[in-house]
Write a protein that binds this ligand. Structure first.
Ligand SMILES: Cc1cc2nc3c(=O)[nH]c(=O)nc-3n(C[C@H](O)[C@H](O)[C@H](O)COP(=O)(O)OP(=O)(O)OC[C@H]3O[C@@H](n4cnc5c(N)ncnc54)[C@H](O)[C@@H]3O)c2cc1C
Length: 267
């Protein structure tokens, strides 16, 4: 690991290569020759460990390995996202770190992990630090993975969610290799919404915290007016975040259908 970090310090332009499935598909390496830093044989990046409250995954843990973890772990949002990625062959090569560290767009696992409050460990020449996964979202809503930095571990809280939804937001749009994603999660307490996450991700990430906060604490079932207002607010937020109108409208529709589906959740 120390050697890999030293290489990145010397060659900040070097492209970390995990499974290579995204780099090869999206042309992430571009046309010009690049130096590649192979992460494949760093044992620390393949480690999986767990505590009572979370699962810790090395950045180079394969998606197929995560799918094969015991079902007793509350990882459904992440499992659902992984199930959408490529084929079994792709998931045997693809890593979770490569999914999170994409520079061009937020890939399918990102919004699930954001819903689950995952944290990430980043390492560069100055040392390592943990931060919430949202630190990888820039002020403009675009991916902001820092240069000359390695993603080393991902910590995923395993507290179960009472409701969760994950959908593709339509087909890939022009210039995007993969479709955008909708992810939502909620917890209930005494017939009210106690926690809520509503996220659309693609080239940018749209999350309307004001909308989430306005619904937290509301008694279930929500009123038709609440649900309709949430649909409109989510659609507007997605437009602000730069989503095409068709996808923004679909985000609003998914928010509406998620909120409608949780109406009985608190009972
Ligand atoms: C047929 C097919 C279908 C696919 N469908 C989907 C899909 O539906 N959804 C989806 O999300 N993806 C999809 N993918 C893309 C890809 O398989 C996944 O995104 C995968 O998780 C990427 O992981 P990787 O290890 O292959 O990343 P790589 O290709 O090795 O790397 C991806 C990016 O992350 C950087 N990187 C990787 N690891 C690190 C690290 N530890 N630290 C810092 N930077 C790092 C690389 O430099 C690169 O910029 C598909 C691919 C194929 C071939």
């Amino acid at each position: 690991m120390a050697e890999a970090v030293a290489v990145l310090k010397r060659r900040p332009d070097a492209l970390p290569w995990a499974g290579g499935t995204l780099i090869l598909t999206s042309g992430g390496a571009g046309d010009a020759p690049v130096s590649v830093l192979d992460l494949g044989r760093i044992p620390e990046l393949r480690a999986v460990s767990r505590s009572d409250r979370y699962l810790e995954l090395g950045a180079c843990v394969r998606l197929a390995t995560i799918q094969a973890l015991p079902r007793s772990l509350s990882l459904q949002p992440l499992r659902d996202a992984i199930g959408l990625v490529g084929t079994a062959t792709v998931r045997n090569m693809a890593t979770l770190g490569g999914n999170i560290a994409s520079r061009d767009a937020f890939m399918t696992c990102f919004p699930s992990l954001a819903c689950m409050d995952a944290t990430v460990e980043l390492r560069d020449a100055s040392g390592s630090r943990w931060s919430g996964i949202h630190a990888l979202v820039g002020g403009d809503g675009r991916p902001a993975f820092p240069a000359a930095t390695l993603l080393t571990r991902i910590r995923v809280p395993t507290a179960p969610w009472d409701a969760f939804a994950l959908h593709r937001l339509g087909e890939p749009t022009k210039g995007d290799a993969f479709a955008s994603t909708f992810a939502a999660a909620a917890r209930f307490e005494k017939e009210t919404i106690s926690e809520l996450r509503l996220i659309a991700s693609g080239r940018t990430l749209a999350r309307d915290r004001a909308l989430e906060l306005s619904l937290i604490g509301k008694r279930l079932p929500l009123t038709v007016k609440d649900v309709e207002e949430a649909r409109e607010a989510a659609g507007e937020r997605a437009i602000e975040a730069g989503f095409p109108a068709r996808l923004a409208e679909r985000f609003g529709a998914y928010v509406m259908s998620f909120l409608a589906s949780v109406q009985e959740g608190g009972r």
